[in-house]
Design a protein around this ligand. Structure first.
Ligand SMILES: [Zn+2]
Ligand SMILES: [Zn+2]
Length: 505
């Protein structure tokens, strides 16, 4: 493995992105390729951990990487769901051509890797995924990579990230885990796997932003190790000797100075970010100083800063209480708690899908919208593609039974539940005044449900539901078939469903 001193530098990414990328690609095809690459990378990482203090430092960093990756994946999901649904992302990306795609991906990689030394170095672990030639030639490769890091609900920051899967890395990591590993080995392995995923996620998000002409996101990066700490490192002098041997004394000196200057410049650009994940505030002005957690700093010199007392309290409840002032062990460091992105509500949230059920992108967007707007029962697209948020009446009988079916449909894809909801909504919208309906027809509702639940027989199932309603002596839509005659009497005083007949083209 080339020494970290021989890797392309983060500042090269800005000076000459094309050259910087080629240098990386040569390494990734050669010394860093599978199967030798991961083994050497792991040994190097492990070699950086020498004392118990190092382990603690690594675990603190690891915990932040996990939390940061969860937050990035949440925002990728929210942005991508919008782009796929409303901006025709898939078709635009596929039609853009390799050169355009390549330009955005290279910009993104250079932007991300120039920001932090650890992200630049993490390309060591991304040999198969971040190869520009692969990503640009076939548009599908990037889209699949993007979809692989999306969650199925963007209404909260999830408690664990989705790791980017790769047969080689997965097999190798599983082998490492079965060994009776020390805390240091666990920390080294965990750091590699999370850095790998984090870098890929950042590149994906930067690429998407660049493609749609949007500003790059704010990158939350960790502090770099101070060079004084590096000087104490015994491997340092050996690395310097190798550097001189490879480049010659003059070039080695220039390179070392360059590296140092780059690191200094990056550190000077660092801003303190509020440690509460639900807050995006940063102290980007030198005059602003965030107060830090006293106990963490006094006991462990750990920097945990908050923009306000409110953020400190919120983080304490969710996350910090478990780790404040205590040395971390691996298990604790791996835990991140869910964070809502809007004010939590008393309404229950639509749960995660059961194992084996994969939500479509359309359904993931629907779930996100509903969880962000807990009083809404369903979002329907009108003829202009705008969302209409339908609410069947707070705490009404119809709402209770509708939401029970909705939970089943959205967590398992249960076709019967999907059909009863679709039929009910068709009835409701047929009974509404034209203005409130906003041009939403039964055919549109059926088409939307077919997309969301990836079912091609929604139409037939809705017509079957209508037959059940026709056969019911009270003409109740099957979703409400358990309503007592008295209750039904009060329901149809508000909206008279009994004469509504759903027909479809
Ligand atoms: Zn804050
Ligand atoms: Zn603390």
């Amino acid at each position: 493995m080339p020494h970290e001193n021989f890797l392309p530098l983060p500042q090269d990414a800005i000076r000459d992105p094309v050259q910087w990328n080629s240098a990386w690609e040569v390494l990734l095809r050669g010394e860093l390729a599978f199967p030798a690459g991961p083994v050497i990378a792991f040994d190097t990482k492990l070699g950086e951990i020498e004392t118990r203090h190092d382990v603690d430092e690594r675990l603190v960093a690891y915990q932040e990487l996990v939390a940061g990756t969860c937050a990035v994946q949440r925002s990728i999901t929210a942005e991508a769901l919008q782009h796929f649904t409303f901006d025709d992302f898939e078709a635009k990306w596929m039609n853009a051509g390799a050169d355009v795609r390549g330009k955005h991906i290279l910009n993104a990689m250079a932007d991300v890797c120039s920001t932090a030394a650890n992200l630049n170095k993490a390309r060591v672990y991304c040999a198969p995924e971040l190869r520009l030639s692969r990503l640009r030639l076939d548009g599908k490769v990037f889209l699949n990579l993007l979809k692989s890091v999306m969650h199925d609900d963007a209404s909260f920051i999830p408690s664990r990230p989705i790791y980017v899967s790769h047969a080689g890395w997965d097999m190798w990591a599983a082998g490492q885990r079965t060994r009776n590993s020390s805390e240091a080995m666990k920390a080294a392995l965990a750091e590699i796997l999370i850095l790998r995923t984090k870098l890929i996620c950042h590149v994906v998000q930067f690429t998407m932003r660049s493609f749609f002409g949007e500003d790059p996101p704010v990158l939350f990066v960790q502090k770099e190790h101070k060079s004084s700490e590096k000087a104490k490192n015994p491997r340092r002098s050996q690395q310097r000797a190798e550097l001189i041997q490879t480049f010659g004394p003059d070039a080695a000196k220039i390179r070392a100075a360059d590296e140092k200057a780059g690191s200094k410049a990056r550190i000077s650009q660092r801003v303190a970010h509020c440690s509460y994940l639900g807050c995006a505030k940063s102290a980007d002005d030198d005059s602003v100083k965030f107060p830090r957690c006293k106990r963490c700093f006094d006991k462990l010199q750990r920097q945990v800063v908050y923009c306000s007392r409110a953020c400190q309290m919120a983080d304490w409840k969710l996350r910090h209480r478990a780790v404040c002032g205590k040395p971390l062990d691996f298990e604790t460091a791996s835990q991140v708690f869910e964070h809502p992105v809007s004010a939590p509500s008393s309404h229950s949230r639509i749960g995660p899908p059961v194992d084996g059920y994969k939500r479509s992108l359309a359904l993931a967007l629907q779930v996100t919208e509903l969880n962000l707007h807990p009083t809404v029962d369903y979002c329907l697209y009108d003829c202009d593609g705008e969302l209409l948020r339908y609410d069947s009446g707070a705490e009404s009988y119809a709402q209770v039974v509708f939401r029970r079916r909705r939970e089943l449909a959205m967590t398992t894809g249960h076709p019967g539940a999907v059909a009863l909801m679709a039929h009910f909504l068709c009835s409701v919208f047929l009974s509404m005044a034209a203005g409130k309906r906003r041009g939403i027809t039964s055919n549109m509702i059926v088409a939307q449900f077919a997309r969301e639940y990836v079912m091609d027989d929604v139409r037939e199932l809705v017509l079957e539901a209508q037959q059940l309603q026709d056969a019911d002596p009270l003409h109740r839509p099957p979703l409400l078939s358990e309503a007592s005659p008295e209750l039904w009497g009060t329901i149809i005083q508000a909206i008279d469903f009994s004469n509504i007949v759903v027909t479809l083209d």
